[in-house]
Design a protein around this ligand. Structure first.
Ligand code: ZN
Length: 263
């Protein structure tokens, strides 16, 4: 998808569908820019390829805290070891929970990407359930043939530490992890910085954080990254995380980054 030429895009037009309508692009009004792109303009598809799937993984789940036996069960970690099925996630000092934040932002990203024509699959369908376990989250993108997978989280670090970071699997365990996942993570980082969001002051480097311990990343054979939007224990970050406008801002920038990566 990343280096499609105009000719190959045109050849694919017959197969394109305008998502949500089932309408063939060939039967739709064709804009002048679609018919005659400027010679020097970068070529970008106006619609994603039909069937292009994005997996969103809102971290944790609202029922986890009441089902500790289930979420503490050991599952494969993707590197030969085991780790708990899930954790409850963190929370702000006022009790606003990470799972609620993750779910809210993921729904917003889903709506934005769906409106752009992507097929979006979520790792959970509510904020009241238990799981799925991290190993199942990690293989979801493989099972549905995702073009990109984004896990959405917020962090819990000491007050004063602030900013976002984007994690990816490292050392890479397959081709998707060695290149495309790093590219997806970098695109997310760059788009977030471009939107005025500050990179983490306390973990990673320049907003990127390669990690070997996250099963959700280790198991993936698709381009996958995990966004920690900010530190819920920092007053400045928490003010953004806990406001609807802030969550809309995170969602907009994540959706923009995914579309940029896939474009
Ligand atoms: Zn989390």
């Amino acid at each position: 998808m990343r280096h499609r030429t105009w000719k190959s895009l045109a050849a694919l037009c017959g197969a394109l569908l305008i998502a949500g309508t089932g309408q063939s692009l060939a039967a739709a009004p064709v804009s002048g820019s679609l018919a005659r792109p400027a010679p020097e303009a970068p070529v970008r598809p106006l619609f994603p390829i039909a069937g292009q799937t994005v997996v969103l993984d809102p971290g944790h789940n609202g029922g986890g805290a009441a089902h500790t036996d289930e979420i503490n069960a050991q599952v494969p970690d993707g590197r030969g070891g085991t780790k708990p099925c899930n954790t409850t996630g963190t929370s702000g000092d006022d009790g606003y929970t990470e799972h609620e934040f993750n779910w809210d932002v993921a729904q917003r990203v889903r709506d934005l990407l769906s409106a752009r024509g992507y097929q979006v699959i979520m790792s959970r369908d509510s904020d009241t359930g238990v799981g799925p376990c991290v190993n199942d989250r990690g293989t979801l993108g493989n099972r549905v043939g995702a073009a990109a997978v984004v896990s959405i989280h917020a962090d819990g670090a000491p007050a004063g530490a602030h900013g976002f970071h984007v994690a990816y699997s490292s050392p890479a365990l397959n081709d998707a992890q060695s290149g495309p996942s790093v590219q997806l993570a970098t695109t997310l980082r760059d788009t977030m910085v471009g939107a005025g969001l500050a990179t983490s002051t306390y973990v990673g480097s320049d907003g990127l954080n390669p990690r070997a311990d996250l099963a959700g990343l280790n198991f993936s054979e698709r381009p996958t990254a995990l966004v920690e939007c900010g530190n819920m224990r920092d007053p400045g970050d928490a003010a953004v995380i806990e406001s609807p406008d802030g969550r809309a801002r995170f969602a907009q920038v994540i959706a923009t980054a995914v579309a940029a990566y896939l474009g």
